[in-house]
Design a binder for this molecule. Structure first.
Ligand code: MSP
Length: 523
């Protein structure tokens, strides 16, 4: 069975900002780790292209919605994946025929099972978040929003809608959903999101309007051409249409149910309430887990396009590089909580942790093997207690990091691996190979120390590869990793096995992995 991971699919009303890239980077790092465990993995991401929000943005720009989404997907959203070195296996656009076919098949199935009915909807709708807002959550706008109704959920402006629509009988799934959360406590995580969802469902659910009939930028309801699917109901289906639902049974069996959906907490309800209810209604298994992460805050506010505080990922990557970007977002924030980010913090961590901590370690070791052994890895002597402590630490840190990845706590995984960086730096300071060489260039300790450091770096190249693939590939090359095999073929289980780099392997000088950067803030 494949371990399938998915990010949300992103609205293409605007360019991506760091908030969007956050989920994708973590999803990619988690998947890359799973690959190193030897698991068959699959990473899905994509774009959510229908609905009023995208339609209106296209209209404002004077182009058809299809032209608009084609342009943005090609110029912004797909290139973002390259910029961030995302190794996704699939990219689904909801305007693709495969999605339309699968979504219509799913709807037809719901209809055939009596899980859809027609009714009249009258209430409030937020185009900003593409959701129906209950009367209790409607507020009178103030300031710029004077004269408008706004949503208590996210402050977006509301529009009143009265339409004949199709409905999904969500209310009747209340108990089955509560049973799901009870029987599978990991279904929705972290605990804060789980508590929020459980109490939301306990308060009772209302049936959901799932089609719109006043515009046509969407997928037609298969039995009624006057209606398009409500964009959220259609978007959630991407997870199964990309897996081949209704089209490719073999693929669907392999990829569904997904192992995990990673989402922001603002969309946890859609994923942990509506989505499993739809799957239950269609007789399909639900995903194993939904993990809701927190928000990136800038100056204390959620980063978002509408607040114009959205920094673009490529602005950071241009200065710090994609590895540092991936490192920062995996390490500096706690995945399930909100966290503040700033350019200054990226800058500070880049220098302290990457340039001085990791990069410097790698270059020092390669330089010393160059200087004292003409770049050929010497044969080590017996391991003493200091060396054994490094081997033990690598083993423990690997176990801790693996458990952290399983708990979707990338920050803890990286912190665990970083204990190796720190221990190796401390080991070199204590063992002072330069002093050993000065005292007696033939002292066998010199080889033992440098081989221990090189083996430690080998372990780091594997363990950090999911987060910093470029730097780790360069480090692997410098350590003559080809003599061991491809970096991507290494396994987490073997990381702490010492003596993998053959004696005599040429260790080359590492190109500066994290060169110093002078810019303090964006130009
Ligand atoms: N299209 C829907 C998702 C459909 S999935 C079937 C959507 N798109 S979105 O582009 O608005 O947001 C996508 C993701 O980006 C969400 O998980 C959201 O939480 C995340 N982020 C957007 N701004 C964010 C921050 N400031 N911080 C962290 N993540 C945030 O919702």
């Amino acid at each position: 069975m494949t371990s399938a991971t998915a990010t949300p699919i992103y609205y293409v009303n605007a360019r991506p900002h760091l908030g969007h890239a956050y989920t994708t980077v973590v999803a990619d790092a988690v998947c890359r780790w799973h690959r190193l465990l030897g698991h068959e993995t699959h990473l899905l991401t994509g774009t959510d292209e229908h609905g009023l929000k995208v339609l209106r943005r296209a209209e404002q720009n004077g182009v058809s919605p299809q032209e608009w989404t084609d342009r943005l997907v090609e110029s912004e959203w797909k290139p973002l994946l390259e910029t961030l070195d995302i190794a996704n296996d699939d990219f689904i656009r909801t305007s693709e025929p495969r999605h339309e076919t699968g979504a219509q098949a799913f709807w037809q199935d719901l209809h055939d099972r009596g899980e859809v009915y027609k009714g009249e909807f009258s209430g409030w709708y937020s185009v900003g978040s593409e959701e129906f807002v209950a009367d209790d959550d409607v507020l009178d706008g103030e300031g710029d929003d004077e004269g408008f109704k706004i949503s208590a959920l996210d402050g977006s402006r509301l529009e009143h809608v009265t339409e004949e629509n199709y409905f999904f009988p969500l209310a009747k799934y209340q108990q089955r959903l509560l049973d799901l959360y009870e029987q599978n406590p990991r279904f929705i995580q972290p605990e804060s999101a789980r508590n929020e969802i459980v109490s939301f469902v306990r308060r009772g659910l209302k049936d959901l309007s799932i089609s719109r009939s006043t515009f046509d930028w969407g997928i037609k309801v298969p039995w009624d051409e006057q209606h398009v699917m409500y964009v959220w109901i259609e978007a959630l289906l991407n997870y199964v249409t990309a897996a081949g639902y209704g089209v490719d049974e073999e693929r669907f069996d392999r990829l569904w149910p997904a192992n995990i959906h990673l989402v922001g907490k603002d969309i946890a309800r859609f994923h942990a309430v509506i989505w499993p209810a739809m799957l239950m209604a269609a007789g399909q298994p639900v995903p194993h887990r939904v993990f809701a992460h927190g928000w990136l805050l800038v100056g204390g506010q959620k980063m978002s396009k509408s607040k114009a505080n959205g920094i673009r990922p490529d602005e950071l990557v241009d200065v710090f590089g994609s590895d540092a970007y991936r490192y920062y977002f995996s390490r500096a924030l706690t995945f399930g909580s909100d966290g503040s980010i700033s350019w200054e913090d990226v800058h500070a961590r880049y220098h302290a942790e990457l340039a001085n901590g990791f990069g410097n370690l790698a270059s020092r070791v390669a330089a010393m093997i160059g200087k004292y052994f003409d770049g050929a890895l010497p044969a080590p002597g017996d391991l003493g207690p200091a060396e054994q402590a490094i081997v033990d630490l690598v083993r423990e840190a690997t176990t801790t990091a693996d458990a952290a990845i399983e708990a979707v706590a990338p920050q803890d995984a990286v912190a665990a691996v970083w204990t190796i960086v720190e221990a190796l730096n401390g080991y070199l300071t204590e063992q002072a190979p330069w002093a050993v060489a000065k005292a007696d260039p033939h002292d066998p300790r010199l080889a033992t120390i440098l081989v221990t450091a090189a083996e430690g770096l080998r372990a780091l190249a594997v363990l950090l590869n999911p987060v910093m693939p470029r730097a780790c590939a360069a480090l692997w090359d410098s350590l003559g990793g080809a003599a061991i095999g491809e970096l991507s073929d290494q396994r987490i289980a073997d990381v702490a096995t010492w003596g993998q780099i053959p004696v005599g392997t040429t260790i080359t000088k590492v190109p500066s992995l994290f060169p110093r950067i002078e810019t303090e803030t964006p130009a």
